[in-house]
Design a protein. Structure first.
Length: 686
């Protein structure tokens, strides 16, 4: 237990620091035991350090309330520190603490169960003025419009853009005494949501969040919807604890909380309810063909199978969240859907394991693949229209011991960066990159691991170079983004058209610029070098960790050093690092030890994200590139002719004083755009 909850004392105060989620039974038992030991030894003043607690569920909240009751009865108190924004919002939603500093309770004090702030029965206009959100003139104007239209004052102010919806809910919270919470994943638990049928929750526009003791915490957009609350109370029993949230947030969370439930019930109800999504099981091939014309416009699909709606909703959610990949996987006990956002996987929802084959079959149908083949890997593409734009999805399936895992790569043309000015290069690096692209012939390599943005950089370069006066030809596997006046070609290994063979044919097409998606073997490398030597500008990628590694890799492939030294004009190495979330960014001063280790002044100011709904409480939102660029100088050419080792190349580059990836990343840290931890995580450099 001591490993799960560490203890320390300062004077009469005992600090308890749980080291895991308070949604897990063993952590809850460990905390209850630690508090019990404090009571038995008359140490009733306890502070919970929640720095390492990512989540709390309803049972965990009960453990905290029980601990507070025991400590209060013993003449002490329970406070908490270092709670994440998500955990703090969970406490506020369930009445564990107050969000209002004027309450006098302190934002880190555990309140008695069920205690809420007293409402302020005043007109909303007065409260808005008191909060400094509007002035008397705007209120008078809105009141005048209200007498004509009969609309609510807040709705009029929002329509006239005099007030944001979030600020209106903050004012309603003060008026009603009901806390306002930005609803998101983690602020509700499946067990509580399951207490109210999904159809009822959608109809009443509410979401059950937590069940704590005999109280159900309920999110609502309307604090005066008394009939709706009575209906929920008759279904769930017990008391209600209300939370204010925006309508669209509640609607968005309905999908996560109830889509799996609907699809699960449809499976139990019979295969015919699933339509085309279970064609491989029911043998209903014609029905699948009838629906095929609708697969490209998922926003217009109404009714139909619950599995169809679930898949459509997942795609829509991925697009709105800016996910680059959707992972659909299955284990012995559950199915799971995860989104990769800014390079990090986040669990979005869980499904029953027997639902997993239906979801996979539906996606195979959409991608035009063989739904009866479950043992061999399959690759495909599908295109959908959602949220007013075209989205390309790349499908890949692989059989595992519990079923097929599917990964969908989301290619959103609206989010693609095809401008060299916007790929995140510093001014010196951008000037050097443009200089390399300005050469009439030679080889430019972009290097980095998978997912480092190499292809995006090449697309931006091609877009920068494209002109009606130039013949630009690409060889890609696959073609991810379609560009105007560019001759793009897809590799097809099944017909023998690999990179090397296609490159040979393309060189007979009178190209000025050739983009080779990736150099994978000696033959492709040699042809690319020959093309660069014979008057073509060749752009390509390599999978190496740094710019120097690209030079070594080409020579290891068998390219003659004297040919490579003559053909190469530059190498761009890059990584993608997460940016500090602008919505929750806050300045901070690093420790003296950290500043000294990096050679920073003692008073340096950096930025850190506190975590908010906009960034999944991670403190990061969006990514940017960090780069290092090596230009092939005469000295480097002479060194490469001697077929140097990687160590010799690294020593030469260090001596030349060029800016490394880590140094470029540190510059972005000092600018407050990312963090030292993020740069270190991505580059693995200490």
């Amino acid at each position: 237990m001591a490993d799960l909850v560490s203890q320390s004392s300062i004077g009469s105060i005992t600090y308890l620091a749980p080291s895991g989620s308070l949604g897990e039974e063993h952590m809850q038992a460990a905390l209850a035991g630690a508090v019990g030991a404090c009571v038995e030894t008359s140490r009733a003043e306890v502070v919970l350090d929640l720095d390492r607690v990512p989540l709390v569920n309803g049972r965990g909240l009960e453990v905290i309330l029980n601990a507070n009751d025991r400590l209060t009865a013993a003449g002490g108190s329970l406070k908490f520190v270092n709670a994440s924004p998500l955990v703090t919002d969970i406490f506020i939603a369930n009445g564990i603490t107050s969000s209002d500093p004027s309450s006098g309770l302190g934002t880190n004090t555990v309140m008695p169960a069920g205690q809420r702030l007293a409402p302020q029965p005043r007109k909303i206009g007065e409260i808005l003025i008191e909060m400094g959100l509007i002035d008397d003139a705007k209120r008078a104007e809105a009141l005048q419009l209200q007498t004509k239209s009969g609309k609510q004052l807040g709705a009029i102010l929002i329509e006239r853009r005099a007030l944001s919806e979030t600020d209106l809910y903050r004012a309603l919270s003060r008026q009603s005494g009901i806390p306002y919470i930005a609803l998101r994943t983690g602020l509700y638990e499946p067990a509580a949501a399951a207490m109210v049928p999904g159809e009822t929750a959608r109809r009443l526009n509410v979401l059950p969040m937590f069940k704590v003791r005999d109280t159900l915490t309920l999110a609502t957009a309307d604090p005066q919807a008394i009939p709706a609350f009575d209906e929920i109370q008759s279904i769930a029993g017990g008391k209600l604890c209300l939370v204010l949230s925006r309508r669209e947030e509640i609607t968005k969370c309905h999908f996560d909380a109830y889509s799996a439930e609907q699809a699960s019930r449809a499976l139990e109800g019979g295969m015919e309810q699933l339509g085309g999504a279970l064609g491989d099981v029911a043998g209903d091939v014609e029905l699948v063909e009838q629906e095929r014309t609708d697969y490209t416009t998922i926003d217009q699909m109404a009714g139909g199978s619950s599995v169809i709606n679930l898949v459509n909703g997942l795609i829509q959610r991925a697009v709105s969240d800016g996910a680059s990949d959707i992972h659909i996987e299955c284990s012995r006990a559950r199915g799971m859907v995860r989104f990769r956002v800014d390079g990090i996987l986040h669990e979005i929802m869980q499904v029953r394991p027997d639902m997993h084959p239906a979801i996979v079959s539906r996606l195979k149908v959409m991608a035009g693949l063989d739904i009866a083949e479950r043992r061999m890997p399959q690759d495909g593409r599908l295109q959908v229209m959602t949220q007013g734009r075209t989205i390309d999805l790349r499908f890949s399936s692989l059989a595992g011991i519990y079923g097929e895992k599917v990964v969908l790569r989301v290619l959103d043309r609206n989010r693609s960066i095809l401008d060299v000015e916007k790929i995140g290069m510093t001014a010196p690096n951008l000037a050097l990159f443009k200089k390399l692209l300005g050469r009439s012939y030679g080889l430019v390599l972009a290097t980095g691991p998978t997912g480092s943005g190499k292809t995006t950089t090449l697309y931006a370069a091609v877009n920068f170079l494209k002109s009606i006066e130039k013949n630009i030809v690409t060889i890609e596997d696959p073609v991810e983004y379609q560009l105007d006046i560019i001759n793009q070609n897809q590799v097809n290994e099944a017909t023998g058209l690999g990179f090397a063979r296609m490159l040979r044919h393309i060189l007979r097409q009178d190209p000025d610029i050739v983009m080779v998606g990736e150099i994978r073997d000696r033959e492709t490398a040699e042809i690319a070098v020959q093309a660069a030597l014979t008057g073509h500008l060749v752009l390509s990628t390599l999978h190496t960790n740094d710019a120097v590694g690209a030079l070594s890799r080409m020579m290891e492939m068998g390219v003659e050093p004297y040919l490579l030294s003559s053909a190469l004009i530059g190498v761009v190495a890059q990584r993608l690092v997460r940016q500090v979330c602008p919505s929750c960014s806050a300045p901070f001063t690093p420790s003296p030890e950290m500043a000294a280790a990096q050679g920073w002044p003692a008073d340096v100011k950096l930025a850190k994200g506190r975590g908010c709904p906009a960034c999944f409480d991670s403190g990061y939102r969006g990514r940017m590139g960090i780069h290092e660029i090596i230009e092939a100088s005469a000295d480097l050419e002479r060194l490469m002719i001697r077929n140097p080792s990687k160590e010799e190349l690294q020593a030469f580059i260090r001596k030349s004083g060029h800016v490394s990836l880590f140094q470029d990343g540190m510059q972005r840290v000092l600018e407050g755009r990312t963090s030292l931890e993020e740069v270190t995580r991505v580059i693995h450099e200490t």
